[in-house]
Ligand binder design. Structure first.
Ligand SMILES: [Cu+2]
Length: 265
């Protein structure tokens, strides 16, 4: 009996070790989200672990990448170029592109990545991601519901946040709020240098629960997060999308949004 228990315990420990400790985050990275004028901006699309600049997963060709500006959708999938992204621990397939912003207002960039097979959990996942850039302060589309299968609709401008402000969002599945959705939060803790993360971390986590913070939406699917530090923050509502199965396996359709906070100086 004792031996069975011991084997069970060892089994559990092996299982626990095989599951990645921290959250995956699909990134749409650009250096600046609040611009004073238009022009060309650069993007990196990377599927990684932003707090630790850790393991970077290979991205397949995305199902969709587009921008919404003044209610009009423009397909940008054809503009994506393959790159190899260097994390602190490995290399992974990622994409880059650039886009010319013409005129004032909000530009909502949306990425629907290819489903990713996570071996350690034997599941497929798809992190549908939004990142919003504004030109010259004119608000046009930042609070729009784009109509993604899994979507975080911001209640605060994601590009106009001081450090210490709160950021609120509604977690949606096919346009309907998801009560008590679980939302993971990570800080982009390493600068982006070309197609790689910089070695130096900005902050140190006192314990693992601070690497990926987990918060929950309320009964109306609304979450609130107080922003403690300037920089980019990612929010991932897990498994909220309508599709639950892909290629006969469990499928997690997640909704991601990125926000950028600045210090008052
Ligand atoms: Cu990962």
């Amino acid at each position: 009996m004792k031996r069975v228990r011991l084997l069970l315990l060892i089994g559990l420990m092996v299982f626990a070790l095989s599951v990645p400790a921290f959250a995956h985050f699909q990134m749409i990275y650009t250096p600046e989200s609040a611009l004073t004028k238009g022009g060309k901006i650069d993007f990196k699309l990377v599927f990684t672990h932003p707090f630790e600049a850790g393991h970077t997963m290979d991205m397949g060709t995305p199902e969709g990448f587009f921008v919404v500006h003044k209610g009009k959708k423009k397909d940008l999938k054809g503009s994506l170029k393959s790159i190899i992204w260097r994390s602190l621990t490995n290399e992974g397939k990622a994409f880059k592109t650039s886009y010319k912003l013409r005129g004032m207002g909000d530009y909502v960039f949306c990425l629907v990545p290819a489903p990713y097979y996570e071996k350690s959990e034997d599941i497929y996942m798809q992190q549908i991601t939004k990142m919003i850039v504004n030109v010259a302060g004119l608000p046009t589309d930042w609070d729009a519901e784009i109509g993604l299968a899994a979507e975080i609709v911001p209640l605060d401008k994601p590009y106009a946040l001081w450090t210490g402000n709160v950021f609120r969002g509604v977690v949606n599945c096919d346009g309907k709020p998801v009560p008590f959705a679980e939302v993971e939060v990570e800080y982009l803790n390493h600068d982006v240098m070309g197609n790689a993360f910089a070695k130096k971390a900005k902050v140190e986590a006192p314990q693992d629960a601070f690497v990926t913070q987990t918060i929950k939406a309320d009964a109306n699917g609304v979450f609130t997060f107080g922003i403690p530090k300037a920089g980019w923050w990612g929010f991932a509502a897990l498994g909220v999308g309508p599709k639950k199965e892909y290629k006969g396996k469990e499928f997690s359709q997640d909704a991601i949004i990125w926000i950028q906070a600045r210090d008052m100086e």
